[in-house]
Write a protein that binds this ligand. Structure first.
Ligand code: ZN
Length: 153
């Protein structure tokens, strides 16, 4: 059983393993849980996704409107959503609008990507990346996190 946060109303939705969450609708507002695109979040929405996304990862793009490389990466990050959902929920945090949240994440240089699994930070990177690089980096980081978790068992 996995769990995802509705991008529209914030409700936590449980998704049975045998059903594709990309075809699931929110139990509260009846809108789709995934639309093959990143979700713009504020600090509290980010906390909610981190805390209530279960059995899937959360990838956050920390960006700012004044940052040229961030704007250049935006379409690359959007395209990555179509390749990584529903295993990974892609979020965007505007560090100009949410400076405290960005600093709590320990972000200094942007664009920055932070990957969370079960609420815990498992990897981070910074700098302009292509769609393929984002997808490859994310999959590799998740595989490493899984291998590490197995060793700890
Ligand atoms: Zn909803």
């Amino acid at each position: 059983m996995r769990q995802f946060v509705c991008p529209h109303c914030g409700a936590a939705n449980r998704a049975p393993d045998e059903k594709d969450p990309r075809e699931a609708k929110c139990g509260r507002c009846a809108k789709v849980l995934f639309a093959a695109q990143p979700i713009e979040v504020d600090a509290s929405e980010l906390r909610r996704h981190r805390a209530s996304t279960k059995g899937a990862a959360v990838l956050v793009d920390v960006w700012a409107p004044w940052c040229g490389p961030c704007r250049a990466m935006a379409p690359q990050f959007s395209a990555a959503a179509g390749k990584l959902e529903p295993d990974v929920r892609l979020l965007k945090l505007n560090s100009e609008a949410e400076p405290q949240a960005a600093s709590e994440l320990g972000v200094s240089g942007i664009p920055a990507l932070l990957l969370f699994k079960d609420g815990q930070a498992v990897a981070r990177t910074a700098g302009l990346m292509s769609t393929d690089q984002i997808v490859a980096w994310t999959r590799q980081a998740l595989a490493q996190a899984q291998a590490k978790a197995k060793m700890g068992d």
